[in-house]
Design a protein around this ligand. Structure first.
Ligand code: ADP
Ligand code: ZN
Ligand code: ZN
Length: 748
């Protein structure tokens, strides 16, 4: 019998496949997961090619150690997708393919247990009411069990047993009493051919004409088509996704849909909407994929998608690389959101990969947004994406809010009272909402109490010892914290330079505004939502439900509160500190600010209450605020695109960044200068513009100095060819700790 060899992708920076002997008796199949010896360890890899020969000398070839039989091979399509992403973003195939798999699958010791059927106990509402009062006093083990059930969505049999050896017997008694239910989820089971019944789900809203034609266009797409669904906030984009999915899933009994959202926090709201609408589908036919899931659950959900059992996958950017053998439609909600760009490791854009994937499979992709990215808007201008417009709010009587600019200079000149950065008109407007029982939302993009702590006497400002950055004052935690590296220290009692005890916070963050609101609007229940207040798992969801339940009068927060949430009783939005982004060195800052302000404004007046947006600014005549006041995305986009065209900026050119990290700034810059010199020997680089190497704005983080070199070209092909030829040259350069290439960078 002739020998068989496999070429395996491993998560390793060398952009090559690794050869092994296939010793197993079963035939080798491309796409299979294997465990192979690598150095002194065993690592998990993916079989990418099967061959009859190997160039590697026989004495150096090693055998595949084991084969993951529990998991069917990934498809050729999926491998082609990973391979495209690797090529485009200048990485090795293994560096893309393996991190795209759930962590649990990349540990061969867990393979046998991963997809075993799972028993889930859920508390019923009777159980929630009866327990724990029905328990005998001092029954601590039982109380623990009841608590574990109450705290999570469900409790796994295995976890219950870990709590108490006799837990399962107890759970059976509780089941008999109707307090808990038991479900057995078998991820490996053949998917039930869950056809969607034709019977209409209860009380679907009547589509507006614009919604109806959007749904029709998507449903009738023949093969690949990219749709840019431009719908003002509250125009009912979700309803369009739901109807389009229903049509496509109903047309094909095994079709799958992928729906991407920018933030983990938006998945519960979407999941609820999809579960309600597709109630006819088995519970396990709708799964979520995001980094907030426990490893086991993520693996099972991934597996459900991979085997076709899951018909709808809802996820964040990482879900774009899920294995979906019957993918028939992709939706990217809030497609403009920078969160779709991965900012470490493989720096991919999930939106761009979604488009590639749709093209590869010949299926429709829908990009939805009230403020599309200028890249997508321009594609639509070119006719490459089909524009679908929802110009009005869907709920009868709901109109877009009125936007009022509060001129801070004018307020000051007239000597009008303000409290700690909150202007008189904004405070009055919040008080009026409080009286009417409506909610207000205060948005500012800065968390912490104050961005700086400073000494008036000598000019000292508290800085991070590891970074070239100021540290942020966090009052509830009584700490100074570096937002770049996480360094933390206690708040000093006096100035470490001159001993002055009168050191004071400068500027305002969400914590400080929260504190001020408490006194400026007496009687209001104030809630803060930002990365600090939602650090614990599940806490964001709990806070958002307080808002929905009307237990909050004023919500203050960062961009976390701006995105996508359908708040029914918010009728006022206040915007603080937006001006800084108007004059940023980053050419995308104004696009981002405009999108954020449109989004946050969109939270007001959704359910028929007239909404109002108050923007505090020193530049009330700025064009961006004027466009915001008229809800004029189109005007803003066209004007900004014209500026970009004149200035030769994306989307009219393609860019890539080379970043270097060194022990000194000089080392990082020297590396980049050498790298730039190497471009001279690359023919394709003739069509590439090379800029000077420059330090990053925050040049030092964690004692490491960072600099970057921007290159760009009007030809994407020339840029790609240059990068491909440049990589091996860069690998031979020395002198820095690390370097990385980023294609289509968002932050420059
Ligand atoms: P968007 O995502 O465009 O901001 P949503 O999808 O959140 O808007 O919809 C806003 C609100 O409009 C939701 O409460 C939704 O239930 C409602 N809605 C959507 N379509 C319709 C319709 N055709 N008729 C009535 N209400 C609708
Ligand atoms: Zn001092
Ligand atoms: Zn730091």
């Amino acid at each position: 019998m002739s020998e068989v060899f496999v070429r395996v992708a491993l998560d390793h920076p060398l952009p090559t496949l690794f050869d092994y002997r296939w010793g197993a008796s079963d035939a080798a199949v491309v796409g299979t997961l294997v465990s192979v010896p690598f150095g002194k360890r065993h690592v998990v890899g993916l079989v990418c090619e099967v061959a009859a020969h190997s160039e590697v000398p026989a004495e150096r070839l090693r055998d595949v150690h084991s084969v993951c039989t529990a998991c069917p091979p990934v498809s050729a399509h999926w491998l082609a997708l990973a391979s495209f992403a690797a090529d485009y973003y200048q990485r090795g195939l293994g560096e893309v393919a393996l991190p795209a798999l759930p962590q649990a699958l990349r540990d061969a010791s867990r393979w046998s247990r991963l997809f075993a059927p799972e028993e889930r106990y859920r508390l019923t509402s009777e159980g929630r009411a009866a327990l724990p009062d029905a328990l005998p006093a001092r029954a601590t083990a039982l109380a623990k069990l009841a608590q574990a059930l109450a705290q999570a969505d469900f409790l796994l049999a295995a976890d219950a047993r870990a709590l108490h050896p006799k837990a399962l017997a107890t759970l059976d008694t509780w089941r008999a009493a109707g307090w808990v239910t038991l479900e057995v989820i078998d991820a490996a089971a053949v998917p039930a051919a869950a056809s969607l019944p034709d019977a209409p789900a209860p009380a679907l809203p009547t589509l507006t004409d614009e919604q109806a034609s959007a749904v029709e266009a998507i449903r009738d797409a023949d093969g690949f088509a990219a749709f840019l669904l431009h719908g003002v906030t509250g125009s009912g984009k979700t309803e369009v996704y739901l109807r389009a999915l229903a049509a496509i899933l109903a047309a094909k009994p095994d079709a799958q849909a992928l729906v991407l959202v920018p933030e983990i926090n938006l998945t519960p709201q979407f999941e609820a909407a999809f579960r309600a609408r597709f109630a006819a589908l088995d519970v396990s036919a709708i799964v979520t994929l995001h980094s907030g899931l426990a490893e086991g659950e993520r693996a099972r959900n991934w597996f459900a998608a991979h085997t076709g059992r899951a018909r709808i996958v809802l996820g964040t950017r990482l879900a774009v690389l899920a294995s979906l053998p019957q993918l028939a439609i992709i939706v990217v909600d809030e497609e403009h959101d920078p969160a779709y760009k991965q900012q470490e490791g493989l720096r991919y854009s999930a939106r761009d990969l979604a488009i590639y994937r749709a093209k590869q499979l010949g299926v429709p992709v829908v990009l939805g947004s009230a403020t599309p990215s200028l890249e997508s808007w321009w594609q639509a201008d070119q006719g490459r994406y089909k524009r679908l417009t929802l110009s009005r709010r869907a709920v009868a009587d709901a109109v877009l809010p009125t936007v009022r600019l509060i001129d801070l200079e004018d307020e000051r000149r007239r000597g009008r009272a303000s409290i700690e950065g909150l202007s008189g008109p904004l405070i009055a407007a919040m008080k009026a909402r409080l009286e009417r029982g409506e909610q207000s939302l205060v948005f500012l993009n800065r968390r912490g109490y104050a961005p700086q702590l400073a000494c008036d006497a000598c000019g000292w400002v508290a800085g991070c010892p590891r970074c070239s950055a100021y540290v942020v004052l966090h009052k509830p935690e009584r700490a100074l914290r570096c937002h770049h590296c996480g360094w933390e220290s206690r708040i000093p009692r006096s100035c470490p330079e001159c001993g002055n005890v009168d050191i004071a916070p400068l500027g305002r963050g969400t914590q400080r505004v929260e504190e001020t609101l408490g006194s400026a609007v007496p009687g209001a229940r104030v809630l803060r939502i930002d990365a600090d207040s939602t650090r614990r798992k599940g806490s964001a969801q709990a806070l958002f439900s307080d808002v929905h339940a009307g237990e909050v009068d004023i919500l203050v927060g960062t961009q976390m509160i701006a995105k996508g949430h359908d708040f029914q009783r918010v009728s006022l939005v206040g915007v603080l500190n937006a001006d800084t982004a108007l004059f940023s060195h980053d050419f995308r800052a104004s696009e981002r600010l405009f999108a954020q302000l449109m989004q946050v404004s969109g939270r007001a007046g959704r359910a028929g209450l007239p909404g109002e947006v108050l923007v505090q600014t020193r530049y009330p005549r700025h064009a961006l605020y004027h466009a915001l006041g008229r809800h004029d995305y189109v005007g803003f986009a066209n004007a900004t695109l014209a500026e970009r065209r004149d200035a030769h900026l994306p989307p009219f050119v393609y860019q890539a960044l080379l970043r270097a990290e060194g022990r000194t700034l000089e080392a990082a810059l020297a590396f980049l200068q050498q790298a730039a010199a190497e471009l001279a020997q690359i023919p394709a680089a003739e069509r590439v513009t090379v800029y000077d190497a420059v330090p990053l704005t925050i040049v030092k983080v964690m004692h490491v100095h960072r600099a970057q070199l921007l290159i760009e070209s009007a030809s994407r092909a020339a840029l790609q060819a240059t990068l491909r030829a440049w990589q091996p040259l860069l690998r031979s350069l020395k002198g820095v700790l690390r370097w990385s290439l980023e294609v289509d960078p968002l932050d420059i």
